[in-house]
Ligand binder design. Structure first.
Ligand SMILES: [Zn+2]
Ligand SMILES: [Zn+2]
Ligand SMILES: [Zn+2]
Length: 246
């Protein structure tokens, strides 16, 4: 039972009270880097199928009831990381607590500054999976930093490469020239643009283009259904013309 696994390694900044087999209460107060305490977060963790969902006990009391920018889903459950709540075991439970801890700190930053911390960025929903795939592909080429730069600031040659993708095909133009990412095949021959995406871990440029499209779709899906909470300076739900963030 994953709630039991969480109970067994509850850290000292949180209190875990089991309500019944599928529900628990968590009170959390984290220490910030300034040594100040965060607010008290009164949370509820529920186990649904194979998944643990965590939200405020009274949704909307300390945090916004819903804010995609702050990774609070419609309904109030937290997105503390990609698949963070799935299949928690004794091995993965400490990581869950770590993510919850970081989430609490980031909420305080968001509250005070109106910005979600850049180190906490991970694309929403399934775009998060593509982001990780792109990062791995970039990493293999020694381009991890260049990839992070493309995500965070839309600068660097991976970002520039995305601008050279044919929006219709999702592929790089000039398919017969060497791929911009610089990848080679096993024999050390440069991969052509048209072959790069289907090879090995894929092309970070193509994957980044796909990630951006998915992020755009994510926000389009929310518009008209979810109201902006008004706590953030930049929110794609408020200003249609503002640039969607991750
Ligand atoms: Zn919001
Ligand atoms: Zn490539
Ligand atoms: Zn908003």
């Amino acid at each position: 039972m994953s709630l039991d696994a969480l109970a067994r390694c509850c850290p000292n900044w949180a209190e875990f009270r089991s309500i019944h087999a599928r529900e628990a209460e968590i009170d959390a107060v984290a220490v910030r880097s300034s040594k100040a305490f965060t607010r008290v977060f009164q949370l509820r963790a529920i186990s649904i199928g194979n998944e643990i969902r965590v939200s405020e006990r009274l949704v909307g009391s300390t945090l916004p009831a819903c804010c995609p920018e702050r990774h609070i889903n419609p309904g109030g459950s937290f997105c503390i990381g990609l698949r963070a709540g799935e299949g928690i075991t004794d091995e993965t439970a400490p990581a869950w607590w770590k993510k919850l801890h970081a989430f609490a700190l980031w909420q305080e930053t968001a509250e005070e500054t109106g910005f979600w911390p850049s180190e906490a960025q991970l694309s929403h929903g399934e775009a998060g999976e593509v982001e990780l795939a792109a990062e791995n592909a970039a990493d293999q080429l020694g381009l991890r930093a260049v990839y992070r730069e493309a995500v965070a600031f839309d600068t660097g040659f991976i970002a520039a490469g995305v601008g050279r993708i044919n929006a219709k095909t999702g592929m790089l133009r000039n398919g017969r020239s060497a791929c911009i990412c610089g990848r080679t095949d096993r024999g050390g021959r440069t991969l052509l643009r048209r072959d790069c995406h289907g090879n090995g871990l894929g092309c970070p440029i193509i994957l980044e283009h796909r990630r951006r499209a998915m992020v755009g779709e994510y926000w389009r899906g929310l518009r008209g259904h979810v109201t902006c909470c008004g706590t953030m300076h930049e929110c794609p739900l408020r200003a249609i013309d503002s640039k969607p963030s991750t």
